[in-house]
Ligand binder design. Structure first.
Ligand code: SF4
Length: 226
C-alpha cells in the first residue's frame, strides 16, 4: 500500500481495546478549554512530506493534543516545541501547529509515532506497542529508500525502532548504542539520532532546551541536505 492508504487504514484501527476505550472516552469528556470542539478520538496517522528524507519518531498522541486535532504533535505544548524548532532549522513552513488545516507544511520531513492512539498517562503497554508495530513497519518500508536521518524523541521510540527496522529487513548493526540525547547510530547508511522527548517533563525542567533540540534537528537537516 502507498502512504495515503496506510494513513487511511491506520485511522480506523481498533486493535487495542484499552486504547480504543481511552481515546474515545477522552474525546467525549474533553478538557474544559476545548469543550466546544469535536475531538478526533481515533488513531492519528503520520504527518509530513510525501517523500521524506527525515523521519521523526515520537511516542504516542497526547490525549488533548493530537487525539483532539487529529494531527501528530498538534495542539499541545510538546508540539509547540517541536514545530517551532523545525521552523527555526528550516524544516517547517510556520512556527506553530494549531489544527489540521492551519497551513503548516513540512520540508522533506515526516512525523510519526510507534503507537498511534493516545494512551492513559502517555504510557502504552508492551502489548500495545507490539500491536501497533506493523504501522511503523509499513512507514519504514515506504520511506527508508529516501530517508537520510531518523530523529527519535525519547527512549520508548528508540527501543521500538530498532527491532522494527530489523523486521523490515533493514541491516541494523548487532550492537546499537543506548538511547541518549545527541547519540547517533549508523544504520544501513542512514543516521539514527537520539533526542530527548519534547514532553513538558523535559522542557519545563530544562532537561531539553531549545538549543539542544535545534542542534539535533539541524544536524538531521544537514545530513539530509535540506
Ligand atoms: Fe491500532 Fe495502534 Fe491504535 Fe492499537 S495503538 S488501536 S494498533 S492504531
Amino acid at each position: 500500500p502507498g502512504a495515503h492508504e496506510v494513513s487511511a487504514r491506520v485511522t480506523v484501527c481498533r486493535a487495542c481495546p484499552r486504547l480504543v476505550a481511552w481515546r474515545e472516552q477522552v474525546a467525549q469528556e474533553k478538557r474544559r478549554a476545548f469543550v466546544d470542539q469535536t475531538y478526533w478520538g481515533r488513531p492519528v496517522a503520520g504527518f509530513g512530506a510525501d517523500r521524506p528524507r527525515i523521519l521523526i519518531v515520537g511516542l504516542a498522541p497526547a490525549a488533548h493534543g493530537a487525539n483532539r486535532t487529529g494531527r501528530m504533535f498538534t495542539g499541545d505544548r510538546s508540539g509547540d516545541w517541536l514545530y517551532a524548532s523545525l521552523y527555526r532549522v528550516g524544516l517547517a513552513s510556520q512556527p506553530t501547529s494549531v489544527a489540521a488545516g492551519d497551513g503548516l507544511t513540512l520540508r522533506g520531513t515526516y512525523v510519526t509515532a510507534p503507537v498511534h492512539c493516545a494512551p492513559p498517562a502517555n504510557k502504552p503497554t508492551t502489548a500495545e506497542r507490539d500491536a501497533c508495530r506493523p504501522w511503523l513497519l509499513r512507514e519504514l518500508e515506504l520511506y527508508w529508500p529516501e530517508l537520510r536521518a531518523v530523529v527519535v524523541l525519547g527512549g520508548f521510540g528508540w527501543t521500538t525502532l530498532f527491532p522494527t527496522l530489523r523486521a523490515a529487513g533493514i541491516a541494523v548493526p548487532a550492537r546499537v548504542p543506548r538511547f541518549g540525547h545527541g547519540v547517533e547510530a549508523d544504520v544501513d547508511g542512514r543516521s539514527v539520532l537520539g533526542c530527548y522527548h519534547v514532553s513538558q517533563q523535559n522542557t519545563f525542567t530544562g532537561r531539553l532546551t531549545e538549543p539542544m533540540l535545534d542542534a539535533v534537528l539541524g544536524r538531521a537537516a544537514d545530513l539530509a541536505g535540506l
